[in-house]
Design a protein around this ligand. Structure first.
Ligand code: ARG
Length: 480
């Protein structure tokens, strides 16, 4: 067939043109919408990415129709074969998806009818575009989401590789953006990975609930034809046919869940990027982004800007926005299908695309970055980051924690008064004035690396413990 579809039947009038091929629903109406109105309600430019899922679903549906004797078997196999030919022609570029069609379902039915005449018109028996689009969207996500997860796992592995290199690289840990306690860079990066690992689980979890086949639900109330819902559901790789046909066509929980999983992951990336932007500043200077992963300024010749990190942070606004769009879209919808639902795909596709891009960009940026280990370590001295360790030292010697806290706070205040003297510069007789519990052993317990090493509880920053955390995360995020 040629690249254009046949024009509408003569009985339909439009004032200014209208669609190239007759809409599937044209029989009922004396007039069909004029061109711009038709374009307004069409979704083909968005749902064309469902084309191969639609072909897959249609083939399975039509084969079942043949088996059940709803249409002649040889018609069913002709349609299935032609759907393969259409898929092939699309892949080789012999056939284009034309945006004059209302949606991808209309395009494919028109293409079939164009090629097979009346036989092509049999494909839609026992089906509505309502269950068709619910099916296509789910089929698409059943393969797109695992791909997204594999990008996510690939990023987790990049971060774990970097973390592994830095399990003993001391840096300050922050609360309120104030230096708090010594940790390691490896620990910090592993914390990021723990968040991304939960994101990965969120996607897997959403996929479980998505795994029900809407095919056979029709417009909202199934069909009077003897469809075999189990056969089509299993052939398409679903766990089960959807329980309730009305729910199956009205439900977009899976869109909300996946959009939420994307938005949460993007919020994580955005927070990591905020760390990176701070670390790349002259004030911190913890990270040196590769030149190839930085940008310059059109006016200030000296500038090297962390644009990639900033833009990931910025793009998280889109994914949050898409989630809000979807909630808003659904909240007032009466059951079952309403055309409003057509807006669901653009939002989720955008979230998936945005996340996919950001995962790979973030990975590339971190992989090529250099960490300024010396600078991070230096930032651990002089800020009294060992204060909690001193209080806990006193607790171990028998002092109640609140008293130990006050004693240590007093030492800190006096040191600040004395011009930011380091606590370790006080000799033991001076320390003993604050508490008789102080002994010579205190000095070796309050170096930044001793502080880190002593935090060996499960979940802590001690190198041995971080190695264990890395191992667990690696095992959970194996991918080919
Ligand atoms: N393009 C439509 C969508 O994405 C397909 C379903 C149309 N159904 C209908 N009854 N108009 O929702």
């Amino acid at each position: 067939m040629g690249k254009t579809q046949k024009v509408k039947s003569k009985s339909q009038k439009t004032s200014t043109g209208g669609p190239k091929s007759k809409p599937l629903w044209a029989g009922r109406l004396a007039e069909i919408p004029e061109e711009n109105a038709f374009a307004f309600q069409s979704s083909i430019n968005v749902d064309k990415r469902l084309v191969f899922d639609d072909i897959n679903g249609s083939k399975t549906h039509v084969t079942m129709l043949g088996k059940q004797g709803i249409i002649p078997k040889d018609s069913a196999s002709k349609i299935a074969k032609e759907l393969d030919a259409i898929a092939n022609d699309l892949k080789t570029g012999k056939l284009d998806i034309e945006s004059e069609h209302e949606d991808i379902h209309s395009f494919l039915e028109a293409a079939l009818t164009e090629r097979l005449g009346n036989t092509g018109k049999m494909v839609h028996a026992g089906r509505s575009r309502n269950d068709q689009v619910a099916l296509d969207f789910r089929l698409y996500l059943k393969s797109a989401v695992p791909q997204l997860q594999s990008s996510l796992m690939s990023l987790i592995n990049i971060l774990l590789d970097t973390a592994q290199l830095h399990v003993t690289s001391i840096m300050p840990g922050y609360t309120h953006l104030q230096r708090a306690q010594p940790i390691t860079l490896g620990y910090h990066l592993t914390a990021w990975c723990a968040a991304l690992d939960r994101d990965n689980l969120r996607f897997s979890d959403a996929l479980k609930r998505l795994d029900e086949c809407p095919l056979g639900s029709g417009a909202l109330a199934g069909s009077t034809l003897p469809l075999d819902r189990k056969t089509t559901a299993f052939a398409l790789g679903f766990r089960d046919p959807a329980l309730n046909a009305m729910d199956a066509v009205a439900d977009r929980d899976f869109v909300l869940e996946l959009s939420s999983a994307c938005a949460i992951t993007m919020v994580h990336l955005s927070r990591f990027c905020e760390d990176v932007v701070l670390w790349a500043s002259e004030e911190f200077k913890y990270i040196d982004l590769a030149d190839a992963w930085s940008t310059g300024s059109s006016i200030m010749p000296q500038k090297k800007n962390p644009d990639f990190a900033e833009l990931i942070r910025g793009k998280s606004a889109r994914t949050t926005g898409n989630l809000v769009t979807l909630f808003t879209l659904l909240k007032g919808l009466p059951y079952a299908y309403n055309k409003d639902l057509q807006e669901d795909k653009e939002a989720l596709f955008d979230s998936i695309d945005t996340l996919n891009n950001c995962l790979s960009i973030f990975g590339g940026m971190i992989k090529s970055a250099q960490f300024n280990i010396k600078r991070m370590k230096t930032a651990c001295s002089g800020g009294f980051l060992e204060a909690t360790d001193i209080a806990e030292y006193l607790v171990r010697k028998g002092m109640p924690f609140r008293a130990a806290h006050e004693t240590t706070a007093l030492i800190v205040r006096d040191c600040v008064k004395a011009g930011h003297k380091h606590i370790c510069a006080l000799d033991i007789s001076e320390l003993k004035k604050y508490s008789k519990f102080f002994d010579e052993d205190i000095y070796k317990l309050i170096t930044p690396s001793a502080c880190v090493k002593a935090r060996s509880l499960q979940g802590g920053p001690a190198p041995k413990e971080v190695r264990r955390q890395i191992k667990i995360l690696r095992k959970k995020n194996k991918y080919e």
